[in-house]
Design a protein around this ligand. Structure first.
Ligand code: UD1
Length: 424
């Protein structure tokens, strides 16, 4: 699959964001904490969502996707083993471990392995389960956990890992007693998961701070819940407006979720107009150079690092990008260099010397956000670019090409995938 983009058009108009991928995935996993049916609304139609649906089906759960709603009926016959092929495709599949363990007393989930952006271990998830009394072993590539009844515990995370916070939080909802997660991740998606769990009857407080308290309850019930908007999709379209020196309004975004991104875009020289659930961006000149350092929320998100690198590569000065969350997340830099960008990578820093123009080229997307970065660069470049590996983009952006076309971009897609969320 590839995207063909003929660059040089200023994007103009309005685009509406879908629900957040990174909220939908843990919430789908969390739905199996109850035997009852839950319905989740505002779910984006993405490949990763289909993968999570397949993981749940492989565990014996009935999942029906209709438009942007997902009906999950876990029932009382869950299997305890997640299949390797699916977990390998998407690490977020590991999030079924906490719910399975606390519901069944045992769970067997493949270790997800490395990925294009770094090593990404799951040791903190497992340490959390262990602290709650689970016996953990690693056999044949699977992490196996066993505990008759998980017990509440005080858990300090060495790193405020998003996935570990979510997995432990879910397991703790049905554990005996109180669990406290210290140095917890504070991302809006954590708050969304906590709200979802509380709508099922759990007792989670403190989500959105570094200390989350979960009082275990006996059972959880089914619920209906609507997911928050995707802040990274919003950031990507705002940058699309800025990089093409256009004027774009992004709707269905919660501006407080993207404070760090808006601050950097403003420093770059963008004009921003905020509504309660929208942001308009206008950019009239080359961006001013800035220093971007990725950090856990509320810092600048690592998922927006590649997109902003595309913008800064056209700056009128030298920007510095420091990546502190993942150790190998500069794959997109090599491809930007092939378009004429001047970027030097030194350990976890990228020194981006702005150039007046980029030129279209044949490009390869190596991961989701790298794909978005290359598409953004191609929109601003002179001439035509063909980006291959766009199945990565389909993992995280629904109808990316269609939305760009609505803004006036000259984008074609070849080798379209089958619809990823067919009604089943
Ligand atoms: C989630 C997001 C991903 C985002 C990332 C950081 C989802 C589905 N994905 O991924 O888009 O880029 O947060 O904001 O929500 N770590 C350990 N041990 C662990 C767990 C993590 O060392 O057990 C390290 C990782 O290698 C990484 C850092 O902690 O360096 C942050 O990872 P984490 O927050 O766990 O990211 P994910 O939950 O995988």
């Amino acid at each position: 699959m590839s995207l063909i983009i003929r660059g040089g058009k200023a994007l103009k108009g309005m685009v509406k964001c879908d629900g957040a991928k990174n909220a939908a995935l843990p919430i789908m996993a969390g739905a199996i904490l109850s035997e009852d049916i839950s319905i989740i609304d505002n779910v984006p139609r993405l490949r990763d969502v289909s993968t999570m649906a397949e993981v749940l089906r492989a565990l014996g759960v009935s999942v029906k996707v209709t438009g942007n709603s997902v009906l999950i009926n876990p029932g009382n016959r869950l299997h305890d083993e997640a299949p390797y092929d699916l977990v390998r495709m998407m690490r977020a599949s590991f999030l079924v471990m906490g719910p399975l363990l606390v519901r069944l007393g045992h769970a067997s989930v493949p270790l997800p392995g490395g990925c294009a952006i770094g090593q990404r271990p799951v040791d903190l998830h497992l340490k959390g389960f262990q602290a709650m009394g689970a016996e953990i072993t690693v056999e044949g590539g699977f992490a196996k956990a066993r505990a008759k009844k998980l017990k509440g515990a005080e858990i300090y995370l060495d790193i405020p890992s998003v996935g570990a916070t979510e997995n432990i939080m879910m397991a703790a909802t049905l554990a005996d007693g109180v669990t406290v997660i210290e140095n917890a991740a504070q991302e809006p998606e954590i708050v969304d998961l906590a709200n979802f769990l509380n709508s099922m009857g759990s007792e989670v407080t403190g989500a959105g701070t570094s200390r989350i308290k979960i009082e275990g309850v006996k059972t959880l019930k089914g619920t209906r819940y609507s997911i928050i908007p995707d802040r990274i999709e919003a950031a990507t379209f705002l940058i699309a407006g800025a990089i093409t020196r256009g004027r774009v309004t992004v709707e269905n975004v919660i501006p407080t979720h993207i404070r760090s991104i808006l601050a950097k875009l403003k420093e770059c020289g963008a004009y921003l107009l905020e509504g309660p659930r929208s942001v308009q961006i206008e950019m009239r000149s080359r961006p001013s150079p800035v220093h971007v350092k990725t950090l856990p929320y509320p810092g600048f998100p690592t998922d927006a690092q590649a997109p902003i690198m595309a913008l800064l590569s056209l700056g009128h000065g030298t920007s510095l990008i420091s990546e502190t969350v993942f150790e190998n997340r500069f794959n997109h830099a090599e491809e930007l260099i092939r378009m004429g960008a001047k970027i030097k990578i030194e350990d976890s820093n990228a020194i981006v010397e702005g150039v007046p123009k980029l030129t279209g080229a044949a490009l390869q997307a190596t991961d989701l956000r790298a794909g978005a970065c290359l598409a953004l660069a191609a929109l601003a470049a002179e001439g035509e670019s063909e980006i291959t590996g766009t199945e990565h983009i389909h993992r995280g952006y629904s109808d990316f090409a269609g939305k760009l076309r609505l803004l006036g971009a000259d984008v074609e897609e070849t080798g379209l995938p089958k619809p990823v969320c067919a009604v089943r």
